[in-house]
Ligand binder design. Structure first.
Ligand code: MG
Length: 154
């Protein structure tokens, strides 16, 4: 068994979409990113790749490559899962936390789990959300971050 950990952060600005777990969350601001800026999927993928010691998403999907511009992050998830499956691993469970001051995400979590369910069934995927009590870059609404922990078995 192997544990992986992932972290991602993006800036939030007006005029961008807020995509989380493949779900377009309505809000006046969204993530500034080379890809679609889905911090939840990016944290999960880094945890998956880290558990299998297969690098990180910056290595597999460099933001200097124009091919990755506005990339749908579910493609990164599918590719990361393929890499760990090819290495002989299966996912036991994934636990995540999204840190965001506004908007409240509680009403979107089931939708995110459904959106990711075809790759990570809901019984293995936990999605949680928290504010940071108005402190720091998340609390001031400047950015969003996400953490993920993964357990793999071979
Ligand atoms: Mg990212």
């Amino acid at each position: 068994m192997r544990i992986g950990f992932g972290y991602d952060v993006h800036r939030l600005e007006e005029g961008h979409d807020l995509i989380l777990g493949g779900v377009d969350v309505p809000f006046e601001k969204g993530t500034v990113a080379h890809s679609d800026g889905d911090v939840l999927i990016h944290a999960i993928c880094d945890a998956l790749l880290g558990a299998a010691n297969l690098g990180d998403i910056g290595y597999h999907f460099p933001d200097t490559d124009p091919v990755n511009r506005n990339l749908d992050s579910t493609q990164i998830l599918r590719y990361s899962l393929k890499l760990i499956h090819d290495a002989g691993y299966r996912v036991i469970n994934v636990d995540t936390t999204i840190c965001l001051q506004k908007p409240k995400l509680a009403g979107y979590i089931e939708e995110m789990k459904k959106s990711l369910g075809q790759w990570l069934p809901s019984e293995v995927l936990s999605i949680k959300a928290t504010t940071t009590e108005k402190m720091g870059f998340v609390g001031e609404g400047l950015g969003i971050s996400a953490y993920a922990a993964v357990l793999l078995d071979r």
